[in-house]
Every structure is written in structure tokens, then in C-alpha cells.
Design a protein around this ligand. Structure first.
Ligand code: ITT
Length: 225
């Protein structure tokens, strides 16, 4: 009998979770997110690229939970700021800053700058417990606005204007954003290859018996140091 593959979405960002879950909802796969498990140790995102950090998150969560995991590392690169905030997008303005504060800092740094070009980039890593991984990438170009506009989405969406649709990302529905966004493009590749990915996962997953102890921790506290 074919057991449905479980894939854990390894992100603590609820905006990302919603986008990823919506895009993968029609696949023959059981999607779980980190909230389905007890707390797992904090993952230091200290890589120098989106690729490094996506792999770090996916491989770590996969190893801890004994399940295949999908992680996204993404961020905004602004041309006039030499590519900042880049890999620091989630921490721009300080670890505790809110999305609004991060957008405000970005607009402050962009004051008086005529070059408003920016791009969102996303790297998706799908990993198995042994550490093997697949990588997918997406990029979306746009412009930084003069002021925030729109209330949908998360992060820098209110200040990222996408000229072909004449809207900021925060003025788009989730479906509209996903049809053009960096994450939507990377997930589009995941979708088009998903049958191959499922075969790859089954070939690369260890004997599940070895992982029953960890899987048995579902919905309870996992105390791994
Ligand atoms: P996880 O690491 O748990 O996935 P995170 O929010 O820390 O969540 P990242 O390290 O990948 O995620 O940081 C990405 C940041 O880049 C994110 O917090 C946003 O500020 C920004 N970002 C990424 N994708 C975005 C999008 O689609 N719209 C707006 N901002 C985005």
C-alpha cells in the first residue's frame, strides 16, 4: 500500500506558511508545519546566502523530526543600498522590529534616492534526514515605493511595487502575489517537478522504523539539545 508522504514546512513565518500551503494543497502529500510539533531548537540563520540558510533550515528540521522538510530563505535586495537588506531582511532594524518598523527603516534609507530598483529572491530547499537536498530558486523584480500601500501579505509587501500589475505586493490577493512572486516562481518549479521529488524523497528516506521514536514526539514537547 502506498503511504502518503509527509512534508514539513520548516518556517516560523506564518505569512510564508500560508503561501506555501496554498500552493501545495492539491498534491498527494501530507503537509505539516512546525506548529504540528513541539518546540524545536532555534536555528541560527548565519549563512552568507539564501541558499546556505534554506539548506540549513530544511536539513536541520528534517534531521530533528525524521521527516522530509521544505524550507524557504528569502529576502529583499535593493540596488541603491548595495543589495541590502538581503540575507538580513528578517533582522533589518533589529531582531525585535515589526514588519512596519522594517518597512519604515527601508523607506528612511531610501529617502531622496532616485534608483528605486529592488528584487525579492527566494531559495527553497527540500531535505531528507541524511542531509541530501534539492534546491529551487525564484526572483521577482520591482520598485521600492515612497510610502507603504496595501494591507495584505507580510514583510516588505507594502513597499514593494510590481509594475506589470500596477500594485504593491500588499495590494494583491495571495493568489495574485503567488502568480508573480519570487516564492511563487520557486514553488512553481517545485510543483512542476513534484512527482519526481516524491520519488527522490522515497529513495532517500531512511528505514522509517529507525525514526519512530522521534516521530512519536508529534504534538508533545521535543527536548533535543
Ligand atoms: P523562517 O526563517 O522561519 O522561514 P523568516 O521570516 O525569518 O522565517 P527569512 O529568514 O527567510 O524568514 O527572512 C525573510 C524575510 O524577508 C522575511 O521576514 C520578510 O521580512 C522578507 N520577505 C521574504 N519574502 C517576502 C515576501 O514574499 N514578502 C515580503 N517580505 C518578504
Amino acid at each position: 500500500m502506498n503511504k502518503l508522504t509527509t512534508l514539513v514546512i520548516a518556517t516560523g513565518n506564518s505569512g510564508k506558511t500560508a503561501e506555501i500551503e496554498a500552493l501545495l494543497k492539491n498534491f498527494p502529500v501530507k503537509i505539516k508545519n512546525l506548529k504540528d510539533f513541539g518546540p524545536i531548537p532555534h536555528i541560527e540563520e548565519d549563512g552568507s546566502s539564501f541558499d546556505d540558510n534554506a539548506y540549513k533550515k530544511a536539513s536541520f528540521v528534517s534531521r530533528v523530526l525524521g521527516l522530509p522538510a521544505l524550507a524557504d530563505d528569502s529576502g529583499l535586495l535593493v540596488e541603491a543600498l548595495s543589495g541590502a537588506p538581503g540575507v538580513f531582511s528578517a533582522r533589518y532594524g533589529g531582531e525585535k522590529a515589526t514588519d512596519e518598523e522594517r518597512c519604515a527603516k527601508l523607506l528612511f534609507e531610501m529617502k531622496g534616492k532616485s534608483n528605486r530598483k529592488a528584487a525579492f529572491e527566494c531559495v527553497i530547499s527540500i531535505a531528507v534526514p541524511a542531509g541530501n537536498a534539492l534546491t529551487y530558486e525564484g526572483r521577482c523584480e520591482g520598485l521600492i515605493t515612497e510610502k507603504p500601500s496595501g494591507t495584505n501579505g507580510f514583510g516588505y509587501d507594502p513597499v514593494f511595487y510590481y509594475p506589470p500589475l500596477n500594485k504593491t505586493f500588499a495590494e494583491m490577493s495571495m493568489e495574485e502575489k503567488s502568480s508573480v512572486s519570487h516564492r511563487g516562481k520557486a514553488l512553481g518549479e517545485v510543483k512542476s517537478e513534484f512527482n519526481k521529488i516524491l520519488v527522490w524523497i522515497s529513495q532517500n528516506m531512511p528505514d522509517t522504523d529507525k525514526f519512530n521514536v522521534i516521530q512519536g514526539c508529534e504534538k508533545t514537547d521535543i527536548k533535543i539539545r
